[in-house]
Ligand binder design. Structure first.
Ligand code: BDR
Ligand code: CA
Length: 312
């Protein structure tokens, strides 16, 4: 059955590739709308970048909404050091012609879920969870409309990438993450434990480039860009390609495996702020609230990406 999804995002090159994968897979995924959130770069840029990517995919019919411009209770932390000043450094892509929708992203999420049957809409957060938490707080009745929240964020074995103990998306808005993880909707988490196994090796990047299409070249230039930073940081054979794990899961869930466990968010200690405290070993009796992934068939993931991006 085709999944009806809302992508909530802060593009970001890896967000962009996650969006492209979804738009390239209409048999499995129907993108109802895209909501932008402040994260990798400020909201004005993420809302613009989301539209640049829709146009790159030839989909200027997709509705893009701007959501929250800052976390619920903290100052915004951005990541230009990874993604560049625009958030989408690397390829040269034209400014979007398609309009940004007038409606606020949070209102759009609330209205769309209210209009839906229970358990039918999948939310795909690829950035800080501010928009989703704001929607759930204002309209708790919409939680039952969610089929699943499939998100990129957090870490257990890999611990952190923005602080020693926190992953960027959760760290930027821990309060929002706490609300979402407690909401009661089914959650699938793609943490760093998975994404740090999904490395863009030179061969995988060459596969994107050899598509010889506008999209293939743009994707190869995006991964080339953030790779410079990540390789220096991790000293690995390539940079992790985080966010497309979310949309790949919607197409081929068997590429991923993990455990259904309790995950809680650190919201008070400055030292470990935004840590995803994951009960991987089942040492508490706290209720299981998330399918926390740990493994990925990385080559299967990159083969899927290359095959699907070729369709655009
Ligand atoms: C996450 O943070 C962002 O920089 C990426 O887009 C991804 O969503 C990885 O920690
Ligand atoms: Ca992101």
């Amino acid at each position: 059955m085709t999944r009806r999804i809302i992508i909530d995002t802060d593009p970001g090159q890896d967000d962009a590739i996650a969006i492209l994968l979804a738009l390239a897979s209409p048999d499995e995924i129907e993108v109802l709308g895209i909501t932008a959130v402040a994260g990798n770069v400020p909201l004005e840029l993420t809302a613009k970048n989301a539209r640049i990517i829709c146009e790159l995919a030839g989909r200027d019919d997709i509705k893009v909404y701007a959501g929250c411009d800052k976390p619920l209770g903290r100052a915004l932390v951005t990541a230009e050091h990874v993604h560049g000043q625009t958030g989408l450094n690397g390829p040269r892509l034209p400014d979007p012609k398609m309009p940004l929708q007038d409606q606020h992203g949070v209102d759009y999420i609330i209205d769309t879920l209210r209009d839906a049957e229970p358990g039918t809409i999948t939310l795909c957060p690829l950035g800080p969870l501010t928009n989703i938490a704001a929607a759930f707080t204002r309209a708790p009745d919409i939680v039952e409309k969610v089929r699943e929240i499939v998100l990129m964020g957090g870490a257990y074995f890999e611990v952190g990438n923005i602080t020693p103990t926190a992953e960027f998306n959760i760290y930027v808005d821990p309060q929002a993450a706490d609300i979402v993880f407690r909401a009661g909707a089914p959650i699938v988490v793609m943490p760093l434990d998975v994404t740090h196994k999904a490395l863009v090796t030179p061969e995988r990047n060459a596969a994107f480039r050899s598509l010889g299409t506008k999209v293939g070249t743009a994707v190869a230039n995006m991964t080339d860009f953030f790779e410079r930073f990540d390789k220096e940081k991790y000293g690995s054979e390539g940079a992790p390609l985080h966010d497309p794990c979310v949309t790949a899961y919607l197409i081929r869930p068997e590429l991923f495996s993990g455990r259904h466990i309790n995950v809680e968010i650190e919201t008070s200690s400055e030292l470990t702020m935004g840590m995803t405290v994951a009960d991987w070993w089942g040492v508490t009796d706290r209720p299981r609230n998330a399918m926390f992934m740990g493994r990925i068939d990385a080559q299967g993931y990159f083969d899927l990406l290359t095959e699907r991006l070729a369709r655009l």
